[in-house]
Design a protein around this ligand. Structure first.
Ligand SMILES: [Zn+2]
Length: 234
């Protein structure tokens, strides 16, 4: 039997579960970040000063530290070798700010050392950007062309690229945080107790990536249930 692709078919529950997991992780992240934004680090350094010190300590002299607008927009750009810290991180001397700054430095260190998952992730970015948009074009075209299996399967394959990208992101993020915690302790920027508090912040941040990956996997599972099989029996 052939049936049209309904928005609220039973598999939609997978999308809802994914959305709930994502919401829980992001609210946990926000509350942890807010909490440790109010705790000052004994070192008296701001996020940007801590980043400069960490980069120097790691022997990295060709990465510049800049300020970027927004909240939690902090990132390391490997192409321009720029570490961008958001308004709430750049000038703040809180545990949360220095933790985030150190995490971004962790990415700069990964880049310098040629950490393989980061390289794979970087190579996937352009493919995933095109693939994830195209996947829906193929899926919708497949639905309209009487459930054309070839088009649907290409759509699912393209969508799975985005899922692989999310999965490769996990080791990159966990590793950057592990490096950050090690460096913060060994440079004396943070005391042991402060490192533990930072660990909570970075763990909450990492959970949002885990939730994102789980939600993407659930979406993929849904597409496979809906369109992955052979249509002979429909
Ligand atoms: Zn990161």
């Amino acid at each position: 039997m052939y049936y049209p692709y309904g928005l609220f078919d039973p598999t939609y529950i997978l999308i809802i579960i994914g959305a709930v997991i994502t919401m829980i992780a992001s609210s946990k992240m926000n509350s942890t970040f807010r909490r440790y934004s109010r705790v000052r680090c004994h070192c008296g350094l701001t996020g940007s000063q801590a980043a400069e010190r960490i980069l120097q300590h790691a022997g990295i002299y060709d990465v510049s530290v800049e300020r970027v607008r927004g909240e939690l927009t902090d990132h390391y750009d490997p192409r321009s070798k720029t570490l961008r810290l958001s308004d709430s991180t750049y000038g703040s001397d809180s545990i949360a700010a220095i933790g985030v700054a150190a995490h971004e430095c962790g990415h700069a260190v990964q880049h310098q050392k040629g950490y393989v998952p980061l390289t794979i992730r970087g190579a996937l970015v352009p493919i995933v950007n095109i693939g994830s948009n195209l996947s829906w074009v193929f899926i919708i075209a497949g639905i309209f062309l009487s459930m054309n299996q070839t088009l649907l399967h290409i759509g699912i394959a393209l969508f799975s690229l985005a899922v692989i990208f999310q999965l490769v992101t996990l080791p990159v993020e966990f590793n950057a945080s592990a490096r950050a915690l090690r460096i913060l302790g060994s440079t004396g920027i943070m005391y042991g107790e402060e490192v533990d508090q930072t660990k909570k912040v970075l763990k909450a941040a990492a959970l949002t990536y885990v939730a994102g990956a789980a939600a993407a996997l659930l979406s993929l599972l849904r597409l496979i249930i809906l369109f992955g099989g052979n249509d002979r029996d429909r």
